[in-house]
Design a protein around this ligand. Sequence first.
Ligand code: SF4
Length: 604
Amino acid sequence: MFCKSLTKYARRATNVVNIGNIPLGGDNPIRIQSMINVATTDIDAAAAQCKKIVNAGADYVRATTQGVSEANAMKLIKLKLEEQNANIPLIADVHFNRDAAKIAAQNVEKVRINPGNFINKQTVGNKIFNTDEYNAELQYLRSEFVLLIDICKQHKTALRIGVNHGSLSERIMNRYGDTPEGMVESAMEFLRICKDENFNDVVVSMKSSNTRVMVYAYRLLVEKMTGEKMNFPLHIGVTETGDGFDARIKSAVGAGALLADGLGDTIRVSLTEAPENEIPVAKIIVNHFKERTNHKVIPDIDAKKYCPYTYNQRKTKASGIFGGKNQIATVADLSHINPVYDKDFEGLGFIKQGRIWKKTSKSPDAVYTGSSLFDSETEGITILSDENENLVRCNISCFNSDLFGWLKKNPQNILMLESDNTNAVAELRACFLMLENANVKNPVIIHRRYDDTDIESLQIKAACDFGALLIDGFGDAICLQNPETADTNPVQICFSILQAARVRFSSAEFIACPSCGRTLFDIQTTLSEIKNQTSHLKHLKIAVMGCIVNGTGEMADADYGYVGAGAGKISLYKNKILVKRNVLQHNAVNELVALIKENGDWVD
Ligand code: SF4
């Protein structure tokens, strides 16, 4: 299993890795990091941005180090920061250039390499690897990697083995495909060499823009490492989440699912925004898991039916709009307010506290209210109230064989499941496993109440909690109540969480890199333009990537890609195939829309 216990919170025991004067792993706090997005060779701008990121609360700062010039520039940035009395641990992010990695390892506290790109160039394009070729490639990467390890040992530099779902090596793709298993093996090959070389200053990551792939890959990795007696700490994060509240929610869904089980020693939230904006988001995520150690006891559970490494939605019998083949529903909890019913209002039909909920594609599927003020005249919306005899509100203390027997006899009854445990995710997961073990198939609405005055904090906490359960395949509906933010629509948060957990899509999915020194256009403005024009295309995944070098690989399984190809030039992709090369940037968004239309994927 990927964690010691599914019912008792504990952080995974990991090695301590020193990164300059700030160690990570072991009992150290979960460290926060970000990455500059100015050119690494612009020493003044890079140093200034490093300070901005650290002033926002980061522990480490990373910079793209694509070549020898950038590797040398890292030394100058370090010196510039030292002149200004800023002792900031720096991380060089190297992809393809092994010489750059070797130089950077002498200049900074940590180097990130991508195993997918740390390859023998001569074998690229070789579609089929027989066993001899596969082993020869492994032998080659060992001989190259050991050289880097030796430099790291000499300079006390840490390494991150940073696997990315979108850029696995051809050899790994050949044998494992684009899968969590492939990601894990890609890292394990390098970790085994580190272990053989007795080099322990190593951190490992398994990033993906797909939250499910990312969570399953980390869990599998931990299981594999445990089996091979490795305790390397984890760097966690979801890549290319884009911007705005959807990006915050996506980051929280992925990272939260791991942190809930004690996995993660350092985190990067990746936003297509100013890098310092990432830090408060990361802090809220990390702090959400701080006080868990002494949570209320959760009974041990038989977890034979638990599936942590692939998506398996719990099978339920349909009752109205819930369960069975219905899509995962959203329920607005208005039980804490006194709604005023407005019969004349076109659409959803009610007004509450001065805010009108219009019936749109993002209206709730159901409304839960303590009274029966809402009635069947509220067109298209299922009304749930405490007077509704089919609705059973319960928590783990109600779970016993009598309840299970009664639920089996009454399959139309819907459970609204709650928890006041500080480790609510584990308690609710235990409830779902008890239902599974007792073969109870009634639909379940997961209900969470927060009392948060800050909307960003509410979004992130709710995403951490609901997301972990949805990724495990649990829940037929989610219901979020937050009486403190009466002017905020919690249902919009629910839709975004469902999308981030990939269980229900209500808008186009955007994969956008955070940008770095390789980006030659204003990615933030461009992303917002593309979103404005295409977000209603909920059947599509659209990637907006800063550079052609990594962007094409890392846009994963996007339907369309808008990728920086050079100064003022953009290349457009359809299913990873280049279809329009070097389009002038000022017209590239229009060209993207035209491409979507040409392919029959546009709807008005
Ligand atoms: S894809 Fe974006 S973040 Fe990644 S290297 Fe290219 S520009 Fe930088």
